[in-house]
Design a protein around this ligand. Structure first.
Ligand code: SF4
Length: 55
């Protein structure tokens, strides 16, 4: 089970450097690679837009 980033993402960039496995890629909306994510939840806790949820 991976975490996913929703349309609520404002691309603030808070989450990406916190991911221990570098699963988050930048863009207009950030994306999590489901094959790399280990579902630690660090990104979801850090997101000021509450845009990251477990799938
Ligand atoms: Fe990275 Fe953890 Fe977020 Fe998965 S849940 S993308 S491993 S910070």
């Amino acid at each position: 089970m991976a975490y996913v980033i929703s349309d609520s993402c404002v691309a603030c960039g808070t989450c990406a450097p916190l991911c221990p496995v570098e699963a988050i890629s930048e863009g207009d909306i950030y994306k999590i690679d489901p094959d790399t994510c280990i579902s630690c939840g660090t990104c979801a806790e850090s997101c000021p837009s509450e845009a990251i949820h477990e799938e």
